[in-house]
Every structure is written in structure tokens, then in C-alpha cells.
Design a protein around this ligand. Structure first.
Ligand code: Q9C
Ligand code: ZN
Length: 350
């Protein structure tokens, strides 16, 4: 069966090869492997998704700059260049830069490269390497290209993003994310037409970056379904009383769920989330789609099954809104490809 929805990616994703995360002083293999993009592409093409395109968005940086601070973008660029020089000097292509000290007073100033790392990177899971800036911009470009297709009338587009984006703040990398692809795509759509947008984040981790970027925005509804942050990353946010502030009050909704959440509890929660989106009547729906909710995910906590993603996709399809699916997490590489396929099958009009 031919499935004609546009699938967008950028081959520079394969240059992004973080080796290690640091947890509690220990070095562990990094989870965001190039194989993740590989298995998704392979399974999509194996399952008849024929319209696989390399994204060709240009003029990406002005759109990225609507979301991210200029000094943060400069930091990412300069630090990637520094990593490149150190990689050459040490003949170590995997040279990676991590923070070591974080700001500790409100009047903190970051005046050298060591303090800037702490100012602009909030954890030790998000190393900056020689290609980081370039591949992060390319990944944002994939989501922008997807938003452009949506604007051109496509009802459904899949954006294969790696690195992912939903943990990235305006001025900080974290959670393996550098630029907030979903927030950037939303910003593009908003700037073009000043239309209402809904973001549904179904990654198992709270999308702290997306929440914060749109926290005061009355035109962007942000809904997150995730594992209760008392148990898991990103720990500090994702609680139910975070409802947005100022004009955006009431436009942010968090649905934290217990460890071990199964299809049924997830489905009941998704139904509540979809009801809020339906009431809002946005012009566009952006789904931050993480598949680390799968039962086999090595860093997950839920028990969702591969066939369930099709059901979830079908329910989202029932909203009948132009939808951009932006890839976030999902680390069970044996299952990831079929999980994406299953979700997209549910979303396709038929
Ligand atoms: N040992 C995304 O799914 N790792 N980011 C925690 C603790 C950080 C997840 C592991 C999880 C970040 C996009
Ligand atoms: Zn995640």
C-alpha cells in the first residue's frame, strides 16, 4: 500500500553522534543514537511510505531567532567551533563539551566559556560537539519545512527530527535537545498568519522547553502527557498547577501519569487532552511525538504497545486538523520504526 504523506528529514542527522551522557559522575552510553533515525527511515520505506524528502528550507535562522535568544545561538555556534578545534588538536572526532558550574545568584554574569556552558546547558546529557550547531539548525529546518507544507495545504506531515527539541529553552540546551523544533515550527506558523496553534506533547518526558516558550502566549495551547516528574526527567516541571501565566493563563495543561501507565489509562488521559484541543479550535496541530512511552523503552516508564499508537493516531485524526508530527524521543530501537509507522497509519485519512 502506498502511503503518500510527506516524510521530511535531513541526512546531517547522521553526523550527530553524541557518545556519552554523564549521570551522577558516571559515563553512560548516550541514548540519542544515529540508528534511531536509521530505523525510522527504513521502517517507513519498508511499509510503503514513498514520499521521503530531504528538507530544503532556507532562511532557517531568522525563524529560529524568533524562539531562541541570540546570545544562546552564538554560544552554540562558538562552542561547536571550539569542540571542532579541540577535536582536531586531540585527533578525537568525538570531543564533547559539558557544563561544570551553574549560575547560583540572580545577578550572575557569564563572562567566559566555562560560565557560559553552565548558563546555556542545564544538564549533563546534552554534550556540544563539532557538528552540534549545524545539525541542530538542520533539524529545526526540517520542522520548518514541515510547517511550510502544512501551510501549503498538506493535511499531515511527518518531520523526522534528530536531535529532538522539546526540552530546549529559549536560552538553554538540555535533555539531549538544543533547538526546540516544535516551538520553532509553531512560531513560523504563528508569524505567517497569526492563527491559533495547539501543541500536543506525547513524549514520556515533560516538554519543559515548549511549555516555557509559550507560557505567556494566549494563541498557543500547550498540552503535555508525561510520566510524573517526581519520578523522571526533567524533574523540576510538568506538574498540574503549571497553567500558564499572564495572557497565557489557562493555556498550558499538564497530565502527569504514574510509572507503569498502560494503554487504557493513557487513552483516558488522551481523551481529556483532545477535548481541550477540540474546544480551542486551532488552525494547526503540532504533535511532539516521543515513543519513549513504549513498553520496551530503556529509559521509559510506561507500557504502551505498538498497536496502541495507531489507535492514538486515529483519535488525533478525529480532530480533523492539519497536523505536523515532530519526532522527539523513543529509544527502543527494535520497536521505534514500527511505532512511528503505527502512529502515522492511525493519523492518515482513509
Ligand atoms: N540516567 C528526550 O526524550 N536521560 N529526552 C535521563 C538518567 C535524560 C530525554 C537518564 C532524558 C532526556 C527528548
Ligand atoms: Zn523523552
Amino acid at each position: 500500500m502506498q502511503r503518500e504523506i510527506p516524510i521530511l528529514y535531513n541526512p546531517s542527522t547522521f553526523l550527530h553522534r553524541p557518545q556519552w551522557e554523564i549521570f551522577n559522575g558516571e559515563r553512560k552510553p548516550h541514548q540519542d543514537t544515529p540508528q534511531r533515525a536509521q530505523v525510522i527511515l527504513e521502517e517507513l520505506s519498508h511499509c510503503g511510505f514513498a514520499d521521503i524528502q530531504v528538507s530544503r528550507a532556507n532562511e532557517i535562522l531568522p525563524i529560529v531567532s524568533q524562539v531562541h535568544d541570540q546570545d544562546y545561538l552564538g554560544f552554540l555556534d562558538e562552542t561547536s567551533q571550539l569542540a571542532n578545534r579541540q577535536a582536531t588538536r586531540d585527533s578525537d572526532p568525538n570531543k564533547a563539551i559539558y557544563p561544570t558550574i551553574h549560575p547560583y545568584v540572580s545577578y550572575a554574569r557569564a563572562s567566559n566559556s566555562i560560565s557560559k556552558r553552565g548558563q546555556h546547558v542545564f544538564d549533563t546529557y546534552t554534550p556540544i560537539m563539532k557538528n552540534t550547531y549545524e545539525v541542530a539548525v538542520d533539524s529545526a529546518g526540517v520542522a520548518i519545512a514541515g510547517a511550510m507544507l502544512l501551510r501549503g495545504g498538506e493535511p499531515l506531515v511527518y518531520s523526522l527530527n534528530r536531535p529532538p527539541g522539546h526540552h530546549a529553552l529559549k536560552g538553554m540546551a538540555g535533555g539531549m535537545c538544543y533547538l526546540n523544533n516544535t516551538a520553532i515550527a509553531a512560531s513560523y506558523l504563528k508569524a505567517q498568519e497569526d492563527k491559533k496553534i495547539a501543541i500536543l506533547d506525547i513524549d514520556i518526558h515533560h516538554g519543559n522547553g515548549t511549555q516555557d516558550i509559550y507560557y505567556e502566549d494566549p494563541e498557543v495551547l500547550v498540552i503535555n502527557i508525561h510520566v510524573d516528574p517526581i519520578f523522571k526527567f526533567p524533574h523540576f516541571t510538568g506538574y498540574t498547577d503549571e497553567r500558564g501565566s499572564c495572557a497565557g493563563h489557562g493555556m498550558n495543561h499538564n497530565f502527569p501519569l504514574p510509572m507503569g501507565t498502560n494503554n487504557q489509562l493513557y487513552e483516558e488521559t488522551a481523551a481529556k487532552a483532545l477535548e481541550i484541543i477540540r474546544d480551542f479550535q486551532p488552525e494547526y496541530l503540532l504533535v511532539s511525538a516521543g515513543f519513549d512511552t513504549h513498553e520496551n523503552d530503556p529509559i521509559g516508564a510506561f507500557k504502551l504497545t505498538t498497536p496502541y499508537y495507531e489507535e492514538l493516531g486515529r483519535h488525533i485524526r478525529g480532530l480533523d486538523m492539519p497536523t505536523l508530527v515532530v519526532q522527539e524521543g523513543g529509544y527502543a530501537t527494535q520497536n521505534l520504526g514500527l511505532n512511528v509507522v503505527s502512529f502515522l497509519k492511525g493519523l492518515i485519512r482513509n
